[in-house]
Write a protein that binds this ligand. Structure first.
Ligand SMILES: [Ca+2]
Length: 394
């Protein structure tokens, strides 16, 4: 496996349970030199919980993981049409973080959002460094749509947009046909997808998330049993979410297993080799249907092979001028399990000295800490990446 190039990421999130898993994975990735992963900013948006709650949740997470150095910005509280935002308390708990806000994240956050709106921060950062930032969206696309309305060139300036959302198969999770993040702001999703090209817009759909669901036997025996501080936090954050899928998945989606959702977007950047199959497609969003509002509509016909005359008589998403979204169709589940099982943060393991070394690394982005860390005793088991690096790979 070739080492990935340096990735500089901005995450946009509606901070529910799987968002917290994704943020934890991203923060962990910044501590693994082989990933070459940098997290430059986080923006919040309505979705699983209100934007106010999402912003508070994020601040508490950054406190917990000792990463209050990462700037974050509060984003949109309502969809573009000004309607009431969705909520997913039933899936993520009242706070959005399961019962973690009553067991682990109980103290008020010590940091608050930076001044300015999330969409303006996206414009400022991405336009200042064209083709540099990868933007990962884990919630409704309102902030990105607002950023595009403010600066249409953003679509060309972003290096890669990775979106959690949509259900091109037509099997929804919030309505019969609509996936939650797209249904959270269908107009925003429509505008964002229409502005993109498949070369720089990747979709991690609900279809893929369901297909990559991990067995509950593994969740119970491994992921939910991790003794590390991160594992303990993830267990309390994910309790309500896991229970929903444990009890409802077979009836709602004809599947069993826990669907890691939002973390998959971060995982793609860390382990692009996990992608087994993907396809560039024309994809749009229904915004007016009586039964189908929020549906992601994917063109399956080979429109490029149709004669122009025939194409004129084929209305639909094929009228988009180009393939605009790369849909990931299959992921290696074993890689997902490997990566999710090893979020073992250095500053939780080796005490003050190790935390100091970690802080130097995260602050200066140099790898001197590796030399430093080898001089002190590190407690606990080797994680997957340590084992890989000791074998000469990573
Ligand atoms: Ca989310």
């Amino acid at each position: 496996m070739s080492a990935p190039q340096e990735t500089d990421v901005i995450i946009d999130t509606d901070v529910g349970a799987d968002d917290a898993q994704a943020v934890a994975l991203a923060l962990y990735a910044t501590t693994v030199p082989a990933y070459q992963f940098h997290l430059s900013a986080i923006t919040t948006v309505h979705g699983n919980v209100s934007c106010d709650q999402a912003t508070e949740n994020l601040a508490k997470l950054l406190d917990y993981f000792h990463r209050t150095d990462i700037p974050f910005y509060k984003g949109a509280s309502t969809p573009l049409d000004g309607g009431s935002p969705l909520s997913a308390e039933y899936a993520h708990g009242k706070s959005g973080l399961g019962d973690a806000c009553t067991t682990h994240l109980t103290t008020p956050p010590t940091v608050s959002a930076r001044a300015g709106s999330a969409h303006q921060a996206l414009v400022d950062m991405i336009m200042a460094r064209p083709n540099h930032y990868t933007l990962v969206t884990l919630g409704p696309l309102t902030n990105v749509a607002l950023a595009l309305r403010s600066e249409p060139r953003l679509a060309q300036a972003v290096k890669q947009l990775v979106v959690i959302g949509g259900a091109p198969s037509g099997r929804g999770n919030i309505t019969t046909v609509a996936e939650f993040n797209v249904m959270g702001d269908p107009e925003a999703a429509r505008e964002v997808f229409a502005a993109m090209t498949a070369e720089c817009c990747t979709l991690v759909s609900w279809d893929l998330i369901l297909d990559t669901a991990v067995p509950f036997s593994w969740m119970d025996a491994a992921w939910l049993s991790q003794p590390t501080p991160c594992g303990t936090l993830m267990r309390s954050i994910s309790r309500v979410h896991c229970e929903l899928y444990r009890t409802q998945s077979p009836w709602a989606w004809g599947r069993t297993g826990y669907p890691f959702g939002d973390p998959l977007a971060v995982l793609l950047l860390l382990r692009p080799d996990a992608v087994r199959r993907q396809r560039a497609v024309r994809l749009g969003v229904e915004t007016r249907g009586e039964l189908t509002r929020g549906m992601t509509v994917m063109e399956c016909r080979l429109v490029d092979r149709l004669a122009p005359m025939a194409r004129e008589h084929c209305p639909g998403v094929c009228q988009l001028p180009r393939e605009n979204v790369m849909v990931v169709e299959e992921l290696d589940r074993a890689v997902v399990q490997q990566v999710m099982l090893n979020l073992d943060f250095p500053f939780f393991r080796g005490g003050v000295l190790n935390y100091a070394g970690y802080y130097i690394m995260s602050s200066t982005r140099v790898s001197l800490v590796i030399v430093f860390r080898k001089t002190i005793k590190i407690e606990g088991k080797k994680n997957y990446w340590q084992e890989q690096s000791s074998r000469g790979g990573y």
